[in-house]
Design a protein around this ligand. Structure first.
Ligand SMILES: Nc1ncnc2c1ncn2[C@@H]1O[C@H](COP(=O)(O)OP(=O)(O)O)[C@@H](O)[C@H]1O
Ligand SMILES: [Mg+2]
Length: 360
């Protein structure tokens, strides 16, 4: 049984003509970690708030562990939904110690001994033994986040919801916390929905992603599927930052390959690189080429001029103008193979197995 199920959920805020969430359906399975990934304003927080019970959907139903918590005539209050929530700013009480902050999340009927036992167990799980009597301001951002997570987990919730959990952490801490949060959720066998606009957060943390745009889910899949098999233009550009080029004169070759023409020349790809059946009437499509699919290759057939680039430490992202087109392409190059200076001409090739054909 799914831990969480959303059926055809719609929510339009008063005074708005477009819904913030539009006819959205989605399920979360046991012990699964799913990230809702999408740009700011696409409706992610609204979904979390409807699951948690702070907002009533206009239409549709929400089930938690098989029980209807929102739907026609039903609207369970947040405390009756068996949900742990971790807010963007952690929402720790500054005047309470770590221990008191966690106790605040526990059931009131527990005895003092039971409470203490739970606090110790939770702090051990998040690696904060010995911090019981500290106040939030005495902790680092990552430590505060772990306290917030232990409070969210304190009642053994059916599901944990996290809204942009890494937005206030620095780059290094983000990496550490992504791994830790994943481990803690797995250890406690708690399924989670995480909301983020950051691709790296989503890819590194999730079992499955739901990529969103304008209140709708465009595609769900494993990080790998989303990254290398985007369903449409939006997912390709937003999730894998692919270069999209028009592919025309598509045809199936006698030896089972797919051939086509694009501004980078003729391409011949395996059918496993194609998201639809090319034997149907479809003469044109889009070819998604990820920035990491390109190689600087003196023998390469693509001739381009370097416009500019950005250093990212271990790799360089270069923007190029292709000779045969007025459009730019973006490539990632290994730091040891920096393509040259802006204005210089280079030659390139790309790995066809890292490409993906989608309908336009
Ligand atoms: N309380 C509100 N009243 C009116 N409009 C809102 C309210 N909260 C969010 N919105 C609008 O709903 C849309 C989705 O917002 P939100 O769910 O916060 O998106 P996200 O979390 O993906 O950034 C946005 O257009 C936002 O302006
Ligand atoms: Mg939000």
């Amino acid at each position: 049984m799914a831990v969480l199920e959303l059926n055809n959920i719609t929510k339009t805020y008063s005074g708005k003509d477009k819904p913030a969430v539009a006819d959205l359906s989605f399920t979360l399975e046991n012990e699964e970690i799913v990230t809702l990934l999408g740009p700011s304003g696409c409706g992610k927080t609204t979904i979390l708030r409807m699951i948690a019970g702070f907002i009533r959907p206009d239409r549709g139903e929400i089930y938690i562990s098989g029980e209807k918590v929102a739907g026609r005539g039903i609207m369970k209050s947040p405390e009756k939904r068996n949900i742990g929530m971790m807010f963007q700013d952690y929402a720790l009480f500054p005047h309470l110690t770590v221990r008191q902050n966690i106790i605040f999340g526990l059931e009131k009927k527990l005895s003092r001994e039971e409470q203490q036992e739970r606090v110790e167990k939770l702090l051990k799980m998040v690696g904060l033994e010995g911090y019981q009597n500290q106040y939030p301001h005495q902790l680092s951002g990552g430590q505060q986040q772990r306290v917030a997570l232990s409070r969210a987990l304190s009642r053994n919730p059916a599901v944990v919801l996290m809204d942009e959990p890494f937005s206030s952490l620095d780059e290094r801490m983000r990496g550490v916390m992504r791994r830790e949060i994943r481990e803690i959720l797995q250890k406690s066998k708690t399924p989670a929905i995480i909301v983020s606009h950051d691709r790296e957060d989503a890819f590194s943390l999730s079992d499955r992603l739901a990529v969103m745009q304008s209140g709708r889910i465009e595609q769900t899949g494993t990080p790998r599927e989303i990254f290398s098999r985007p369903k449409n233009r939006f997912v390709a550009e937003f999730a894998s930052r692919s270069n999209l080029v028009e592919l025309s004169a598509l045809q199936n070759t006698d030896d089972g390959q797919i051939r086509g023409h694009c501004l980078l020349g003729e391409v011949c790809l395996s059918p496993s690189c194609c998201g639809f059946n090319t034997s149907q009437e479809c003469r044109s499509a889009l070819l998604a080429i990820r920035p990491d699919a390109f190689e600087i290759d003196p023998e390469g057939e693509i001739k381009a001029e370097i416009i500019d680039y950005i250093y990212y430490g271990s790799f360089v992202e270069a923007r190029l103008k292709v000779e045969t087109s007025c459009e730019d392409i973006t490539i990632n190059a290994h730091l040891d193979r920096v393509p040259g200076q802006p204005g210089e001409r280079i030659q390139l090739s790309f790995r066809e197995e890292s490409c993906w054909i989608l309908t336009g």
